[in-house]
Design a protein around this ligand. Structure first.
Ligand code: DX5
Ligand code: ZN
Length: 216
């Protein structure tokens, strides 16, 4: 099981320290980019990804919760993101996903809680990650929505039937209590912000969510 700490809940005045801490137990970092339009919050952007890229060798997954993501794909690719995830609700067709791949990056597509898997079926053969939102995006610290579980199962089934290659990532309300059922449904990546950076024992939380699998 791969764990991706979401830096949205990290201490931005001590980001290097927080990244250095989680780096000991995972090699994947989730970076939330919010524009105040697609979601009712504003977070961080391209210069921060650039700085993180210089600081760590970890895989960087940039989760773009922004309108018109196609305008910024090149900038995030040049900043050093390894995966660029766009929301299905913000794209009209598969062109932005192809654009990400043309920049030699892993293309990810995300769906909000109200968006069914059927909306992204035509993209599934061409993406490296499907990110299932298990809260309405915009804020850390919300409660996990169990409606995400059948979507994870559906994606796993479709991947098997069609020999697709994407990772299934789950984002929102993931913690040591909710992780077992998410893992059981078939997720490959657990994205967690407050459960890690808001914990008294962040590394313990990572180890617990990782379970006994092969980690990463
Ligand atoms: C929410 C973000 C998440 C967020 C999760 O819109 O996409 O990545 O950091 O936070 P927690 O893990 O606290 O629910
Ligand atoms: Zn996210």
């Amino acid at each position: 099981m791969k764990i991706a700490p979401s830096i949205l809940s990290a201490d931005f005045a001590n980001l290097g320290k927080d990244i250095g801490m989680v780096e000991q137990h995972t090699d994947l970092l989730h970076i939330d980019v919010m524009d105040g339009h697609f979601v009712p919050n504003i977070s961080i952007g391209i210069p921060v990804v650039e700085s993180i890229r210089k600081f760590t060798e970890m895989r960087l997954d940039a989760h773009l919760m922004i309108e018109n993501p196609e305008k910024y794909i090149e900038a995030f690719a040049l900043a050093g993101a390894d995966t660029i995830i766009v929301h299905a609700e913000t794209i009209k067709d598969g062109k932005p996903l192809q654009d990400i791949k043309d920049h030699n990056k892993r293309a990810g597509v995300s769906i909000n809680p109200e968006t069914p898997v059927s909306e992204i079926e035509s993209y599934l053969g061409g993406v490296g990650q499907v990110l299932v939102m298990s809260v309405n995006p915009g804020f850390g610290g919300q409660s996990f929505m169990p409606e995400a579980l059948p979507k994870i199962e559906e994606l796993k089934k479709l991947r098997k039937e069609n020999d697709f290659q994407f990772e299934i990532a789950v984002d929102g309300g993931v913690n040591t209590e909710t992780s077992p059922k998410i893992v059981e449904a078939g997720a490959d990546i657990l994205i967690a912000g407050s459960a890690i950076f808001g914990s008294d024992d962040p590394l313990g939380a990572i180890i617990k969510m990782k379970g006994d699998g092969d980690g990463n």
